[in-house]
Design a protein around this ligand. Structure first.
Ligand code: NAP
Length: 234
């Protein structure tokens, strides 16, 4: 949601390695897919970038892992979503601003409810806080579920959305994974080993194996753009 990034929908040609290898494919075509709404909740697609050593941040930001095409991918995917779901720490550290266009909304997961409510994200009127019921009062729209800890599964059902794009961070991903709420993972593998001690893609979730099927692999400049779908038994 940073205002520094270009608008989405820009044509970007890259190689598709799987399936049906092809030299020139577009991001928009590759990611235009059916995202059927599961019963009682929106489709939830996570979008993340990771280093080769599993890092998710450099100097507490994902920017050191990303590149221009990865940014375009993020924006392309936002155009296919109704709501961007983001953890409070990511919204604060990555400086989320007002959503672009007049359609997209932002839902921020927090326990403390501590934000600068004068910032453009909140003055846009298109952001909502997802909070536990006993969290402090806030001067913006909120959805409250759970006591002490957000009941994320209940909160997402109240988002009035068909497709939700989750943009992390790892603790929010962990909360989603704990409830088996990740239907799709769009994971960019950045060709760098970064060291450091950033968290892996999910953090804090109890161990539970969620099988994913590979939908595609695209490549440009050594960056791999992978799309994975949750394997659901019929
Ligand atoms: N590589 C990538 O693609 C990528 C993507 C996103 C973020 N990141 C990086 O990830 C880091 C931030 O991720 P993170 O995992 O620390 O934080 P996060 O998932 O962005 O946000 C966590 C926040 O969720 C709230 N929370 C946690 N547990 C809760 C619960 N049980 N109930 C209600 N709210 C709860 C808390 O908000 P309050 O503190 O407000 O209470 C907590 O600070 C940053 O360095 C960012 O750059 C990387």
């Amino acid at each position: 949601m940073s205002s520094a990034v270009p608008t989405g929908g820009i044509l970007s040609l890259m190689r598709r390695l799987h399936p049906n290898p092809a030299d020139e494919v577009s991001l928009a075509d590759c990611y235009a897919a059916d995202r059927p709404r599961p019963a009682h909740r929106p489709w939830i697609a996570a979008c993340m970038v990771s280093g080769l050593d599993g890092s998710t941040a450099v100097a507490r930001s994902s920017r050191g892992l990303s590149n221009a095409t990865d940014t375009r991918l993020l924006l392309t995917l936002r155009e296919m979503a109704d709501v961007v779901l983001v953890g409070a720490e990511t919204a604060r550290l990555e400086g989320y601003g007002a959503p672009r266009g007049d359609r997209l909304r932002v839902a921020v997961v927090s326990r403390s409810g501590r934000f600068d409510f004068d910032s453009p994200l909140w003055t846009s009127g298109r952001a909502v806080l997802l909070l536990p019921e006993d969290a402090p009062e806030v001067p913006v729209d909120s959805i409250r579920a759970g006591v002490g800890s957000l009941d994320l599964a209940a909160a997402v059902t109240r988002l009035d959305a068909d497709v939700v794009q989750c943009e992390g961070g790892p603790r929010l991903n962990g909360m989603l994974s704990a409830h088996d709420l990740i239907d799709e993972l769009n994971l960019t593998l950045s060709p760098q080993i970064t060291g450091g001690s950033s968290d892996r893609l999910t953090f804090g979730a109890p161990e539970a194996v969620r099988a994913m099927d590979l939908a595609h692999v695209l490549e440009e400049d050594g960056y791999l753009f992978t799309r994975w779908l949750r394997r659901r038994e019929p």
